[in-house]
Design a protein. Structure first.
Length: 192
């Protein structure tokens, strides 16, 4: 489990449909998990500051990794412990879909970003609810029929790779787990 509060950024060293290697200053060992751009991955090998992670075919297909290139930054978060302060929201590292940045507008000291998303994500979102974008816990400021808006404060732009967003950029999206459980329960128990 994660909270969507990014620990630090790393840099993609190499990437293929089967493996991603990330350079970062981390204190983790092979066999341990880390969220990489919101995707829960297990370290399979460590070479100094380089960490290798295997990718399943489903991970490649369901995430924005297929749009990434070597040299790009990724957000990193270590798993939560019972002592971790939950200052974001519950994030599992299980991507629900890929979104695309379609609009960015400066609004005061914030950056208002519209992200297009499919029904597999939008059905779980509510205004002022939580969503993880590349693993970053954010608040949905507004919904429309083909996407949603978030507002990025300068601190979020500085500490995460969301400061590198541009129109057309693809991002990993994970809806709030509570919304997923509630909707699934209601759909399965319509006749009660």
């Amino acid at each position: 489990m994660f909270t969507g509060i990014i620990f630090r950024k790393g840099k993609i060293i190499s990437l293929s449909p089967r493996k991603i290697s990330v350079e970062a200053d981390l204190q983790i060992n092979p066999g341990e998990s880390v969220a990489v751009d919101g995707v829960c991955l297990t370290v399979v090998k460590q070479r100094g500051r380089i960490f290798d992670f295997d990718l399943l075919p489903q991970t490649w297909e369901k995430t924005a990794f297929k749009y990434r290139r070597a040299g790009e930054e990724v957000n990193l978060e270590l798993p939560s412990t019972p002592q971790t302060m939950l200052s974001g929201h519950i994030v599992q590292g299980h991507v629900d879909g890929v979104g695309r940045i379609v609009q960015m507008v400066k609004k005061g000291n914030a950056l208002r970003v519209k992200i297009s998303a499919g029904e597999e994500v939008l059905k779980y979102l509510v205004p002022r609810g939580s969503v993880a974008v590349n693993g970053v816990s954010l608040t949905v400021s507004e919904l429309d029929r083909d996407g949603f808006y978030v507002e990025l404060i300068p601190e979020t732009q500085k500490r995460t790779n969301l400061g590198n967003l541009r129109s057309g950029y693809y991002v990993n999206l994970e809806a709030d787990i509570i919304g997923k459980y509630v909707l699934t329960f209601l759909e399965k128990n319509r006749n009660l």
